[in-house]
Write a new protein. Structure first.
Length: 153
């Protein structure tokens, strides 16, 4: 079975890109660090909104959205890593999150395709997750792709 692929129209991709850039520039007035991550995140959220029928939240928050991307408590995590061993990574626990969705998108391939890989409830994520330490000691919880309920076409 194939994962669910969402093809964004050029205007949709452009709109999500603008929202992602505005989000990061609002939080970090003079920094460009994190722009690509913010844009990729917004693109994944937009694709999930098309799949789920839930509204895309294009609001710009001064301190983030509290982990909630959608009214049902879904938090979409988008990875630019397109490998089959992609992991769902969460850096911070937000009690209001009900489930996590893992999406993949990479603009290097010059495509408008977002892959919705799978989902996991917040409770299952925090029960099954392991910890990785990156760079300057920042810790991130993660689960492997096998722990997700797949989203198929």
């Amino acid at each position: 079975m194939k994962y669910k692929e969402i093809l964004l129209a050029p205007g949709q991709l452009e709109y999500a890109t603008i929202v992602g850039k505005k989000r990061i520039s609002n939080r970090y007035k003079r920094m460009t660090y994190g722009v690509k991550d913010s844009v990729i995140g917004a693109i994944g959220e937009y694709a999930y909104s098309l799949y789920s029928g839930l509204p895309f939240d294009d609001n710009i928050y001064s301190r983030g959205d509290g982990g909630i991307d959608f009214p049902d408590g879904t938090d979409v995590k988008t990875s630019s890593f397109m490998g089959y061993d992609v992991e769902l990574k969460v850096g911070k626990f937000y009690p209001a999150v009900k489930k996590y969705v893992l999406a993949q998108y990479n603009d290097y391939f010059n495509t408008h395709k977002v892959i919705l890989v799978g989902e996991i409830s917040s409770n299952n994520f925090w029960t099954k997750s392991k910890i990785k330490t990156y760079g300057k000691g920042s810790k991130t919880n993660y689960v492997k792709i096998e722990d997700l309920d797949r989203i198929y076409s």
